[in-house]
Ligand binder design. Structure first.
Ligand SMILES: [Zn+2]
Length: 419
């Protein structure tokens, strides 16, 4: 989609509390490092540079994410910033102008609505150390009307879409350069609404339950993604082989351990990528606006008996999902996990006897289902409950529906099979 919506930039001075300034500086350093590493990778020779953002992200994202404390979004923004610069460098070369590999030195970090909130009198910015709240330093209210802040930022017809954080070394002040846009056309309006929240009446959520046995992930629409048993089996095979080699103890055995170790971690990452893709396909198929997981702390507790490897796999799966939705009209959010496996998604009756391993039978209404599918529906229903009680969703919806098998369940629990 070509984005030709009218846009303006509004410069806002920030009041950053002194104990958080270092967090912003470190965030900038890491952000620029991601951009510089990307530039280094993409700028091969003057006649051969990589200008595909997808290629760059596939090649670099995992390592950069591992090496830095930045959120997935900021790592991705760093990669994109560099690729855009490489791309315009290549354009210059094509025109016969002189240029060289882009180097990022000036103080700036790129934020969008996933890594920042733009509020009436303050912003929150994602950093290497959680979010930082920064108040705006604004002109007096009676003079504001004639400033860009009054004309655009405070004007409902304009919508803050992204910003660049900058720092002025001389005055030692932080500034936010906020880009505001005027939504144009239905599609764009809808997209803006989805990411910002105003105007979207009704969001559709896809609930997901993650497991150590049976299917790796089960959705509230009854889609079973990947086999946790298969993943465990592959891991056990690898462990056994490593054990045998360790007993051998020779140098060549040691080298083989390293080789099969890195092969196995490549394989499992690839496997997780494919699972996330399947999940995203399902989300798209049912028209979901968001994917909801139980919060990670619970996933860790739930699989406390599972191995470190399983814990890693679940955390990675969720991280990849968060990362991959950034390109789409979708977001990832979390619910508190209490009793999702014991609660009946049909009548709400919660009892430990309802569940026996993979079989769920409600002791009150008799509803029978795969236990993980029932849990995934509870995840979706619970998220709708949050919205129903007035908690703001990341999509800012007024209401919300769970995506269920061949239909939707609205906040009142009415099932609509035709939806
Ligand atoms: Zn029931």
């Amino acid at each position: 989609m070509v984005d030709d919506a009218p846009r303006r930039t509004v410069l806002i001075k920030l009041d950053v509390s002194s104990d958080r300034e270092a967090d912003l500086h470190h965030t900038k350093n890491q952000f620029l490092d991601c951009a510089n590493q990307t530039s280094e990778w993409a700028w091969r020779y003057d006649d051969y540079c990589i200008t595909s953002k997808n290629k760059a992200e596939n090649a670099l994202y995992n390592d950069l994410k591992e090496e830095h404390d930045l959120t997935a979004n900021l790592v991705q923004k760093g990669i994109r910033r560099a690729i855009e610069a490489v791309d315009s460098g290549v354009d210059k070369l094509k025109k016969g102008e002189k240029t060289s590999q882009p180097v990022f030195e000036s103080w700036s970090v790129v934020y969008d609505k996933r890594s920042a909130t733009f509020n009436a009198d303050h912003a929150t910015l994602s950093t290497i150390n959680g979010r930082v709240k920064t108040d705006y330093v604004l002109p007096p209210e009676n003079e504001r009307e004639d400033t860009p802040f009054g004309r655009y930022y405070e004007n409902d017809e304009w919508d803050a879409s992204h910003a660049t954080l900058q720092y002025d070394e001389h005055s030692e002040e932080f500034y936010l350069h906020v880009t505001v846009k005027q939504p144009r056309g239905d599609n764009e309006e809808r997209q803006e609404a989805t990411s910002h929240g105003e105007g979207t009446e009704n969001g559709v959520v896809l609930g997901v339950d993650l497991n150590v046995t049976g299917a790796f992930a089960v959705t509230s629409t009854g889609k079973f993604v990947g086999s946790a048993d298969y993943l465990t089996h592959k891991r056990n095979e690898f462990e056994k082989r490593r054990g045998r080699l360790q007993q051998t103890g020779t140098r060549s055995a040691h080298l083989t351990i390293q080789r099969i170790g890195s092969k196995f971690s490549d394989w499992s990452l690839d496997w997780l990528h494919n699972c996330v893709n399947e999940l995203l396909e399902e989300a798209e198929r049912v028209g979901a606006d968001s994917i909801i997981f139980e919060n990670l702390k619970h996933i860790r507790e739930n699989i406390a008996n599972g191995s470190k490897f399983q814990q890693w796999a679940y955390a990675k799966f969720v991280e990849l999902a968060e990362y991959k939705v950034e390109d789409r009209d979708l977001f990832v959010d979390f619910v508190s996990p209490a009793y999702t496996s014991q609660r009946c998604s049909c009548c709400g009756f919660t009892h430990e006897d309802n569940r026996d391993d993979k079989a769920f039978v409600c002791q009150q209404c008799g509803y029978e289902a795969n236990a993980d599918y029932n849990a995934a529906k509870n995840v979706a229903v619970r998220y709708c409950g949050y919205i129903h009680r007035g908690q703001k969703s990341r999509g800012g919806w007024a209401a919300c529906q769970s995506a269920l098998k061949s239909g939707t369940l609205n906040v009142n629990g009415d099932f609509n099979a035709s939806a």
